[in-house]
Write a protein that binds this ligand. Structure first.
Ligand code: C5P
Length: 311
């Protein structure tokens, strides 16, 4: 095998209920993950011969302009850490070059870094014939971060604990989404800290039966009305401009709107594909966001695809 490419989806949270800060610094969550058809590609190939060959070399490409420069290329990169975790389980692992082709916003609240880490787990497991089971990969994912396990499952799933304990949701609907991308990113720890400041003594997080009923029925209007994110006031407090973005998309006909995860990306649920295009056009014309993406959910999990020639 010369190379393996894995396609891995972004996520939006349909509900993000956040409890009080725990002793370990994390927060208990009820986190309804929903994969959307906006994909990064993670390619693993045999490392090119060079003077110093690290176990995992890393490079990145994509059309994200200056945002791409914010992807760390050192040992802190979550995808490189994921590859090294698989190598830890595979004593004969030969050095590889890991390439991330990015479409998911960086530090945007759509779990792009976590997606790349999940993609690297699957790609390295295949490339090195490591023989790790789905359960093994989920355990490694939980070691890496709270959002890394979900792209291994895809679809729609409820995350509890700090978000890494996943229960898939059987949801027949196909939904049309618009994402408004922001200039700059937000740090997830900063948003959680702002949440603690705004909401000391938050109650234990609870799932929303209305949201689950809307998902079971595949009813977009009901789902739009039930979308919720406890981190939204904290994200808006740090980025007050997001309030105008949300209002603009709502006024353009969105069935529901919320900050995606810890932001600053904002998500809008549309009634149809044509409706999504209209909402995106209004957001683009408003000048309130850096760019828009229209796409669908839910999407599948991280999966191996044929390597792309010339990359
Ligand atoms: O797990 P992950 O490394 O993605 O989390 C990043 C940061 O987000 C944590 O360091 C913590 O500040 C915050 N976080 C949290 N509670 C969670 C998940 C993340 O406080 N359940």
């Amino acid at each position: 095998m010369t190379a393996v490419t894995v396609r891995v989806p972004a996520k939006v949270n349909l509900q993000l209920a956040v409890g009080p800060v725990r002793g370990d610094g994390y927060h208990d969550l009820v986190n309804v993950f929903h994969a959307v058809a906006l994909f990064d590609e993670v390619t693993v190939r045999e490392a090119r011969p060079r003077a110093e060959r690290p176990l995992v070399g890393l490079s990145v490409s994509g059309d994200l302009g200056p945002h791409l420069a914010r992807v760390p290329l050192d040992d802190t990169n979550l995808a490189a850490r994921a590859a090294r975790l698989v190598a830890r389980e595979t004593p004969a692992a030969a050095p590889v070059d890991l390439h991330l082709h990015k479409r998911i916003p960086v530090a945007g609240g759509m779990a792009g870094g976590s997606a790349d880490a999940a993609g690297a787990l699957v790609a390295c497991n295949t490339f090195w014939s490591a023989g790790l089971s789905q359960g093994d990969l989920l355990a490694l994912a939980a070691e890496l971060g709270s959002d890394v396990a979900f792209p291994l499952v895809g679809g729609t799933a409820v995350g509890t604990g700090r978000g890494e304990v996943l229960t898939p949701v059987d949801s027949p609907g196909r939904y049309h989404w618009v994402f408004a991308l922001a200039e700059g990113g937000l740090s997830t720890p900063d948003v959680f800290a702002e949440y603690d400041r705004l909401r000391p003594g938050a109650p234990a997080p609870e799932g929303d039966p209305e949201l689950m009923a809307a998902l079971a029925a595949g009813d977009a209007a009901r789902l739009g009305a039930a979308l919720s994110n406890d981190l939204e006031p904290a994200a808006v407090s740090l980025r007050p401009d997001l309030a105008g973005v949300l209002d603009t998309g709502r006024a353009a006909g969105a069935l529901g709107a919320l900050v995606s995860g810890s932001g600053p990306t904002c998500a809008f649920l549309a009634a149809s594909a044509a409706g999504a295009v209209e909402i995106a056009a209004v957001l683009d014309a408003s000048g309130r966001c850096a760019a828009t993406v229209t796409t669908e959910g839910h999407a599948g999990r991280a999966e191996v695809v044929a390597p792309v020639a010339g990359r």
